[in-house]
Write a protein that binds this ligand. Structure first.
Ligand SMILES: Cc1cc2nc3c(=O)[nH]c(=O)nc-3n(C[C@H](O)[C@H](O)[C@H](O)COP(=O)(O)OP(=O)(O)OC[C@H]3O[C@@H](n4cnc5c(N)ncnc54)[C@H](O)[C@@H]3O)c2cc1C
Length: 246
């Protein structure tokens, strides 16, 4: 069974109509995360099937600091997990497990990186980019963030300032049709194509909408990139989960 950890909410900020930035302090140990990983929050809320709502949130702050960390959470309708995170009061204790995940960089890799994040997936990309392992690779990293509007999640300016501060020079933040829009597939395909056609990366990190991530993976593999050079973190629309549930 996963070990439960706790952190306290030490600060928060609303960055948009549905976006909350949370600063957390570890109660009595280091978090022990590598940039790009996530934690699984135990909301304590009972949902259908007599289960407890436990939800994943990627750490967006640098792994140089293991005592305090930041999360950014978009409220998804009446969803139990995201509303729990939006309603946490200062001082409240957050129970979680982790860190988890393999969406991390290997230090010492000489390849050029391509990071494609959609929607809330920008959190995993930010955590990865902020990581110690990525530090020497940032000038060899192209980043594409696709989101439906400036107030969908983290404001574009917030993310652009972060890119500038950590030395990411080759990035694009592009508006795309909303998740359920039928025009989204073609538009996201065109945008990914434009980046990979320019120059094939040696390594790719794809996160957020699973439909976009797997489309990009297929294209990269068809151009010659090996599967083990590609890391994927699906936040939603995970085709593998859908297949397992079918
Ligand atoms: C590895 C991982 C890391 C994640 N990191 C973050 C993060 O840093 N910040 C963050 O806000 N969310 C993140 N998520 C999404 C998060 O775990 C929850 O799924 C989300 O908060 C919704 O939970 P809920 O209980 O409020 O709604 P639910 O009732 O569980 O979800 C309602 C529906 O919305 C879909 N959905 C979930 N997330 C999104 C989304 N972002 N956009 C559109 N539809 C969505 C779900 O698939 C579901 O169908 C991450 C998910 C994963 C798997």
């Amino acid at each position: 069974m996963a070990q439960q950890k706790t952190a306290a909410l030490i600060g928060s900020e609303l960055l948009g109509p549905d976006t909350r930035l949370l600063s957390l302090g570890m109660s009595d140990s280091d978090l022990g995360f590598i940039g790009g990983q996530y934690i699984i929050v135990d909301s304590g809320i009972v949902i259908a099937g007599d289960k407890i709502a436990k939800r994943a949130y990627s750490v967006i702050s640098t792994d140089k600091d293991q005592r305090q960390f930041r999360l950014a959470v978009r409220r998804i309708g009446n969803g139990p997990g995201s509303n729990f995170m939006h309603n946490l009061r200062p001082g409240a204790e957050l129970k979680f497990s982790g860190p988890w995940g393999k969406f991390t960089a290997e230090p010492g890799i000489e390849d050029d990186n391509f990071i494609c994040a959609t929607d809330t997936g920008i959190t995993a990309a930010l955590g990865l980019l902020e990581s110690r392992a990525m530090q020497s690779m940032r000038d060899r990293t192209r980043v594409l963030w696709l989101a439906e509007s400036d107030n969908y999640f983290l404001p574009f300016q917030f993310v652009i300032e972060k890119f500038n501060r950590i030395g990411i020079r080759n990035f694009s933040v592009v508006k795309v049709p909303p998740i359920a829009d039928s025009a989204r597939e073609l538009r996201t395909q065109q945008l990914v194509e434009a980046v990979v056609a320019e120059e094939l990366p040696g390594r790719a990190y794809l996160c957020g909408d699973g439909a976009v991530a797997y489309m990009a993976q297929e294209r990269l593999v068809s151009l010659g990139l090996s599967l083990d050079s590609i890391r994927i973190e699906c936040f939603f629309n995970n085709p593998q989960r859908k297949a397992a549930a079918a």
